[in-house]
Design a protein around this ligand. Structure first.
Ligand code: MOS
Length: 762
């Protein structure tokens, strides 16, 4: 049976949420597998990405990176570069158009800059790899060549680069993502000390680079009316517009960002320095300028994930229940970095404990500002917590699945809120059955085939649910076609596909009758594609707009229409029109309603209702990751050989794209577990790996057949019963692998990535 057939089998059990949403029935198309509507465009090469938009008079830019980690620029010698035929100009801090510090993610609710510092406005160097000059030329190749001829003299200053040494100056953040940086319930230190079983370990996760297939690219054009247009690779359209507009003192309407296709982003495609380099270059030369980052540029200039050093301490009783749960630690960030990896948050809702402490600190060092990467906080934080729980399972002799069942909290431990829905046990039950957990290896290091030790591991997955303010506009045209508009982002998740089908079912038309217009800041407001919020946010807005639209259509029916005088709650939308519930043979098509009312279109725009569910409930997606690994007893080589991911993520809207999301997250988690390591040279502050040949993401040979499944139990308090699924796939993966490696070899590695040298030396 293929994975898709399995997915369909699961989807057949979609439960009704009709009390929540009368226009989307339990037997509707929403949920069933549907291929991506943008697939043919991408396969044919017809989808135009940010670096592919043709523009007249376009100039190309290339960056010069600093070679010191901290200091001042004394002199930039660009004479040789300027002599190259085809070079138009060289941008440096000496001739850079003015900008204000960009509104940052932390200080401005609509800001998205990862750093609070203006770009190229002074001679200061803050990290090794910072952009210090931009060459603008007639071609990309000329710009690259000329950039290599630029010579920069620096006054060097003593940088802060060593995290462990800087730790003595650790600071407590005021807030992390709007939440307190410390949460305490009871006296966890005292309870830990008094507990009969104590697990107390340090876990480490490395820096990681966001390695989307499409490197960051932007094209900036200043128009004659003073407006700015960006063709950009972008997942935070409106926050980015706000950030850029503010930095240049422009009204938001004067900035337009267009990003219909994005080749992956993972959290890194907001506003980074290269945007300002490109916009400033375009202003300087009075032409549209394109800046496409090399992989090195992506790694040195855009935001990746910071490293973490975490302590998890569990004070337990012999039955596994927790008297104390402590999760603390620290991260290095750039100075004035606006993003704090919230690794301790997962421990605030995951497990029941009599007492709880989570807190985290940071230390500023000289490094590119770090930011979001798929499941920020939860991916590294879950590794520490879920390994610790496995260590407790070993210490108590309790099956790790059973232990987690015993630790299920009734309410969210940190806040006391009720869970909106939490069916983690059901995900464990179904996943364990599919994986064959009962046949797992019970004695660490005892199952061997030739040179290969075989181990089985499990870990919980989780990700928070979020819904943000969103508007949608829906138009029905005289020909019966439906146009749905909102400034959503599609970075490869299946956004457009899910929303087209959702709107089609809601309005009772076929999917090929619906066009979804997104990826443009000129459209109705939509939140960023981040935090796995977008589907819920857009679904709620499309529902609101279509409800208004149906009322509007009913206002336009003729007096002799079978719909005359009928209220919107007395009709169903089907077969391209509206039909009476009390007499399903009576109704009128949209084409007929528009024709008879003499309209060429009827259009409505509406806001989604506020996300009041988030105030009332603790809302998260959950999952259980099961894996088998094979570890070579001679070489230490690690191979993941089997995977089952079983998720509790509310209702699934498209079995096919959802399965891809889960599997993509699991593949990324395998990278986090075994290969990904952004190597920072603490002597000079330079990242040593600067291409995909040196920064290792999993390739096909590293990835086994991955099975994914889901409970499909709708959350009663969300639009359509759905929860976010974009990020949860990566969580639990590294811990499940580390736990399986322990089970296979008897070696507990608490330091990612788990490379063969660590196995051999353990
Ligand atoms: Mo995600 S790290 O919210 O793109």
């Amino acid at each position: 049976m293929t994975m898709i057939q399995k997915a369909m089998e699961t989807v057949a059990k979609v439960l009704p949420v009709s009390t929540l949403d009368p226009r989307i029935g339990a037997d509707g198309a929403v949920g069933k597998p549907m291929s991506r509507i943008d697939g043919p465009l991408k396969v044919a090469g017809a989808a135009r990405f940010a670096a592919e938009v043709p523009l007249p008079n376009l100039a190309l830019a290339s960056l010069v990176y600093s070679t010191i980690a901290r200091g001042r620029i004394l002199r930039i010698d660009s004479r040789a570069a300027k002599r190259v035929a085809g070079v138009i100009a060289v941008l440096t801090h000496e001739n850079c158009p003015k900008m204000a510090p960009p509104p940052s993610f932390m200080l401005d609710p609509n800001g998205i800059a990862m750093s609070e510092l203006a770009v190229m406005q002074d001679d200061e160097v803050r990290w090794n790899g910072q952009g210090v000059a931009v060459v603008i030329a007639e071609t990309h190749e000329i710009a690259d060549h000329a950039a290599s001829l630029i010579h920069v003299d620096y006054e060097r200053m003593e940088p802060t680069l060593e995290f462990e040494r800087a730790l003595s100056n650790a600071q407590v953040p005021q807030k992390i993502l709007g939440q307190p940086s410390e949460v305490k319930v009871g006296d966890a230190d005292a309870a830990f000390t008094a507990a009969p079983i104590r697990i107390d370990q340090i876990y480490r996760t490395p820096r990681e680079f966001n390695s989307a297939m499409e490197p960051h690219a932007t094209t900036a054009q200043w128009n004659s009316d003073g407006t700015l247009t960006l063709y950009d690779s972008q997942q935070y359209l409106l926050p980015s517009r706000h950030t850029i507009a503010k930095a240049y003192g422009l009204a938001e309407e004067k900035v337009r960002i267009i990003a219909p296709f994005v080749g992956g982003a993972f959290g890194s495609k907001g506003v980074c320095d290269h945007h300002f380099h490109c916009i400033a270059a375009a202003r300087l030369v009075g032409r549209p300028v394109r800046l496409v980052l090399s992989r090195k540029g992506v790694y040195w200039l855009t935001s990746g994930r910071t490293l973490t050093k975490q302590r998890v301490a569990l004070g337990a009783r012999p039955d596994g229940t927790l008297a104390a749960l402590i999760h603390t630690g620290s991260i290095p960030v750039a100075s004035r970095n606006s993003f704090m990896e919230p690794f301790s948050f997962v421990t605030r809702f995951m497990y029941a404990a009599d007492t709880l402490t989570t807190s985290q600190t940071f230390v500023p060092i000289n490094i590119v500002p770090t930011g979001a990467m798929r499941a920020p906080g939860e991916a590294p934080g879950n590794f520490a917590l879920e390994c610790a729980i496995d260590e407790l399972a070993v210490a108590t002799g309790i099956d790790p699945v059973e232990l987690r069942r015993r630790l299920e909290p009734e309410k969210e431990p940190a806040s006391g809120k009720s869970f909106s829905s939490r069916n983690l046990n059901e995900a464990y039950r179904r996943g364990a059955e599919r994986f064959g957990w009962k046949d797992r290896n019970l004695t660490p290091g005892s199952k061997r085939q030739g040179e290969w030790l075989i181990g089985h591991g499990v870990a919980s997955a989780s990700h928070s649910y979020v819904r943000l303010p969103c508007s949608a506009r829906i138009r029905i045209k005289a020909n019966g076609r439906v146009l749905v508009q909102t400034a959503a982002q599609e970075m490869g998740m299946g956004t457009a596909t899910v929303q087209v089908r959702h709107a089609a079912e809601r309005l009772g038309v076929s999917v090929d009758q619906v066009t979804f217009k997104y990826g443009d800041t000129s459209l109705p407001k939509c939140p960023l594609a981040g935090g796995s919020n977008q589907t819920a946010s857009v679904v709620a807005a499309v529902r609101a707009a279509s409800d208004v639209l149906i009322e509007e259509l009913l206002k336009h029916v003729s007096e002799d229409s079978p719909l005359a005088g009928i209220k919107s709650d007395a009709v169903v939308a089907r077969d391209g029109g509206l039909y009476r519930i009390d007499d399903s043979s009576r109704g009128e098509t949209y084409i007929s309603i528009l024709k008879r009312s003499g309209k060429d279109r009827i259009q409505c725009e509406a806001d989604a209702p506020p996300a009041s569910e988030l105030l009332k409930y603790s809302m998260h997606s959950y999952g259980a990751q099961f894996c088998e690994v094979r570890v070579n007893a001679v070489t230490g080589e690690i191979r993941v050989s089997r995977w089952v991911g079983s998720f509790d993520t509310g209702r699934i809207l498209n079995a096919k794209t959802a399965a891809s999301q889960f599997k993509g997250g699991i593949v990324m988690g395998i990278g986090q577990a075994l290969t990904e390591d952004a190597m920072f040279d603490e002597r000079n502050g330079r990242f040593m790996n600067r291409s995909l040949a040196e920064y290792h993401v999993p390739v096909h040979f590293d990835v086994p057949e991955i099975e994914v499944m889901w409970n499909d139990i709708p959350d009663p308090n969300t639009p359509l019963g759905l929860k976010g699924i974009g990020e949860i796939g990566i969580t639990g993966v590294a811990a499940a692998i580390a736990n399986a490696i322990y089970n296979g070899t008897g070696k507990r590695i608490r330091d990612l990535p788990i490379t063969l040298d660590k196995i051999l030396l353990a």
